[in-house]
Write a protein that binds this ligand. Structure first.
Ligand SMILES: C[S@@+](CC[C@H](N)C(=O)[O-])C[C@H]1O[C@@H](n2cnc3c(N)ncnc32)[C@H](O)[C@@H]1O
Length: 258
């Protein structure tokens, strides 16, 4: 199995993925609805399905007669089982899930963790039938460059240095559109959405969970020290602190033909 820094066996990963579903599923569902390709009878693929919340929703939308295929390196945190939902354990870098069969292929918060994002996107495109839609939603950490106060900016500088060392690309959002264009997709367009949140909010809780899970690795990497991590966690608990972190970049395009 390829290395994945937030492995599903880490303590707290189930709760962290549940928070991601809570925070990001409404946006993801809105983009899918706007594409208009997910109807009863359709065939969809979600890559890197995490806890499966989006694929369960897709399975309902393609019913009756359709199938929502959900792929992940590790399906151990997918609890849902339902008609029309097909779970597959696979690495998207290794090859396409299928060729030319899907009305929609989507991935959210996956590609920034993938060492060969180029191959992963090409394999997702290979899965599309003519006229099918690819929807990718990935982070771009542009907002942290102007985060306040200074200690928070320093925390993010250390976090980004750590992530580069771990092969994570937190600036992948801006590369999605040109990558899709180079693979021959048409009608490419996108939007970036930035949550504004304060300490004590679900987003702050998400960061507390993530940083608590990774704390040992962050500190042992030498890119962050304990006092700076503590300071950041203090802000995350302070309702008077308001901030912005990720520009979630959603880009979609269509396979030619159809
Ligand atoms: C940050 S989680 C996001 C989960 C879900 N998409 C969400 O947004 O809530 C990344 C997921 O991608 C999966 N993943 C990472 N690399 C992958 C690969 N090469 N092929 C398939 N899944 C992968 C991980 O196992 C994990 O479940």
């Amino acid at each position: 199995m390829p290395a994945y820094v937030l492995g599903h066996r880490l303590r707290g990963e189930g709760a962290r993925l549940a928070l991601m579903s809570e925070l990001l599923d409404p946006m993801h569902r809105r983009y899918i609805d706007a594409l208009g390709v997910v109807k009863p009878g359709a065939r969809t693929l979600e890559v890197g399905c995490g806890n499966g919340s989006m694929s369960a929703w897709l399975a309902q939308r393609v019913s009756p007669g359709g199938t929502a295929v959900a792929v992940d390196l590790d399906l151990s945190l997918v609890q849902v089982r339902m008609p029309g939902l097909e779970l597959r354990s696979a690495d998207i870098v290794a090859g396409p899930a299928e060729r030319g069969t899907f009305d929609l292929v989507t991935a959210r918060a996956v590609l920034h963790h993938v060492a060969d994002a180029e191959a992963a996107i090409a394999n997702m495109v290979a899965g599309l039938k003519a006229g099918g839609a690819l929807l990718l939603i990935e982070p771009d950490f542009l907002p942290v460059s102007v985060a306040e106060p200074r200690e928070v900016r320093e925390f993010w500088d250390g976090w980004l240095a750590w992530s580069r060392e771990r092969g994570i690309d937190y600036f992948i959002g801006r590369t999605l559109a040109p990558r899709m264009a180079s693979l021959g997709l048409t009608n490419i367009s996108g939007t970036a959405e930035i949550a504004v949140y304060n300490g004590g909010s679900f987003w702050a809780d998400y960061w507390i969970d993530t940083i608590t899970e990774l704390r040992g690795d962050l500190v042992s990497s030498g890119k962050l020290d304990e006092p700076l991590v503590d300071k950041f966690l203090e802000y995350c608990a302070d309702s008077n602190w308001w901030t912005q972190t990720i520009a979630f970049t959603a880009v979609h395009g269509l396979a030619q033909g159809g």
